[in-house]
Write a protein of this length. Structure first.
Ligand code: 5GP
Ligand code: 5GP
Ligand code: 5GP
Length: 218
């Protein structure tokens, strides 16, 4: 039996545009009871990755324990909220964090507290929503070339992130997730060693996101 390979070379720090997540589901997303997301990218996860594009997952059975996150829970609720519905109702942020910790965090070499704190620090140190706004790229349902979006991110980060799109029910390609590459220390940004499987190209929609106007399933 082959030993499980838990090694990795760097992290993808992944953020999601709530408008694209919700639009792709025909606006049938849900917001957590801790509060609606604002019109900002939110955290999806910090994912260990290998230079060959593969990645380890579920590396230890260390259980998620929210009692270790008291000092960061407000920041997590604000910036790492779930948009997924649970039986048609609000999802639970802790379920999302548990999933990300179990699948990716247990491979990071970090304690749980270090894993979530590193993610929040990256989020707070590099405001990708603001970087787009400074370049005149705003969520107004219009289309922007990926080259222009990538340039705005590169001005902020020093390196081009990987960009993933999804498709809304009308067939529009839209800006969905941004993958920033980070060294194993969880803080130093690096040039991405590998591209994601499906990098986005061409001209893409940046959907409006106003949580009050989404048909929240609650
Ligand atoms: P406000 O007082 O309007 O909530 O926020 C003040 C500024 O902080 C806003 O201009 C906005 O750029 C930023 N801000 C507020 N909440 C968030 C958030 O959840 N994420 C990010 N990235 N920026 C925020
Ligand atoms: P999807 O198939 O929706 O792109 O990804 C499903 C899940 O697989 C993601 O939520 C993430 O947990 C994992 N995943 C997908 N692509 C990558 C990747 O390039 N690197 C890592 N580390 N995980 C990935
Ligand atoms: P991944 O396995 O790709 O890291 O994360 C995807 C899993 O997290 C899916 O099972 C999905 O249902 C769950 N999830 C919970 N909340 C969210 C959210 O806000 N966005 C995304 N993309 N997935 C979420």
């Amino acid at each position: 039996r082959k030993e499980k390979d838990n090694s990795f070379d760097y992290f993808f720090f992944v953020q999601q545009w709530p408008g694209s997540y919700c639009d792709a589901k025909g606006k049938k997303c849900c917001f957590p009871v801790t509060g609606d997301p604002g019109p900002y990218f939110g955290i999806h996860g910090l994912w260990p990755n290998r230079n060959d594009g593969s990645y380890p997952d579920t590396c230890t059975n260390e259980q998620f324990d929210s009692s270790e996150l008291h000092d960061v829970v407000d920041n997590l609720n604000k910036n790492w909220g779930t948009l997924a519905c649970k039986r048609g109702m609000s999802g639970d942020n802790e379920d999302f964090w548990d999933h990300e910790w179990a699948k990716h965090g247990t491979c990071s070499g970090f304690t749980q507290h270090q894993y979530f704190e590193a993610s929040l620090n990256l989020y707070n140190d590099y405001d990708i929503t603001a970087a787009l706004a400074e370049a005149g790229i705003v969520p107004d349902d219009s289309f922007y070339p990926i080259s222009q979006i990538s340039k705005a991110f590169t001005n902020l980060l020093g390196f081009a992130p990987q960009i993933e799109c999804n498709i809304d029910p009308e067939g529009n390609k839209q800006l969905y997730q941004v993958y920033i590459c980070v060294a194993k220390d969880g803080k130093t940004l690096i040039k991405c060693p590998t591209a994601i499987r499906n990098p986005c190209q061409g001209s893409v929609q940046f959907p409006v996101f106003d949580s009050a106007a989404e048909s929240d399933q609650r």
